[in-house]
Design a protein around this ligand. Sequence first.
Ligand SMILES: Nc1nc2c(ncn2[C@@H]2O[C@H](COP(=O)(O)OP(=O)(O)OP(=O)(O)O)[C@@H](O)[C@H]2O)c(=O)[nH]1
Ligand SMILES: [Mg+2]
Length: 261
Amino acid sequence: MDNVIYSYIIIGLPAYNEEGALPKLFDKLLFLRDVYGDKFRIIVVNDGSSDNTENILKEYKKCYGFVDYINHEGNQGLGRAIYTLFCYASQNYDKNDILVTLDADNTHNPNIIPKMVEKLVKEKLDVVIASRFAPGGKEIGLSTERKIYSRGAAAFLRIFFPISNVHDYSCGFRAYDIGYLDRAMEAYGENLVTSKGFECMAEILVRFSKIGVKAGEYPLVLEYNLKEGQSKMKVLNTIKGYFSLIHRVKKPTRKRGEVNE
Ligand SMILES: Nc1nc2c(ncn2[C@@H]2O[C@H](COP(=O)(O)OP(=O)(O)OP(=O)(O)O)[C@@H](O)[C@H]2O)c(=O)[nH]1
Ligand SMILES: [Mg+2]
């Protein structure tokens, strides 16, 4: 981490019924306090959870001044939760700060965050994706069916939406330059993320690519064996969502104050 200049590092977690995973993930995240000191924050979007997620967040907020959360009225889906995180980061932090998003289901190990941030800053990138498909990346504990599905989805997205250096379009573990997020939100407004479901992660990258994006990947070992609770991903809907991106995502023509797709 020598010679790397960074400002605030904000960890953004979308969480829907993650009472089992959140305490484990928080334990793993705490080392980042030693790395980033008082420049470290955690913000969780509780997306209308019906389990104990909110009470757990209340407790963490009470114990740790760097933890906060936003409640969605009801379950709005991963896409809206990520958009809420983007808005929060853009409104409350500076263009030199960094937003790192990851799943709250304890399958993304935060130990690679300093390396992702370092890569983002040193290589002056707009986004760094924790990638299962970068050399050194892999998936532990995923069924063969899910492996085939995730590789098929990645191949489809690379063919239809090629982006330099990007192989993993669907992973939610990413470091974003907040100055770049400001520009993307300026270009698209609310339409930066229109998918409600899990295809939103690909949608975001594809929209980025239409306005120009410098992306990089850092290898991710997906620890699916540690997953708490059932998968919430609906495979068929997500596949349909990927196909719909072909006609849904256009280059923005938005001027300040206007809304378009
Ligand atoms: N905001 C929001 N987040 C969700 C929703 N469903 C899941 N999530 C969160 O989004 C992240 C990704 O969800 P996961 O269920 O881990 O989905 P995945 O990683 O694509 O696939 P699996 O791990 O197999 O389920 C987790 O942090 C979830 O809590 C939802 O409806 N709304
Ligand atoms: Mg997951």
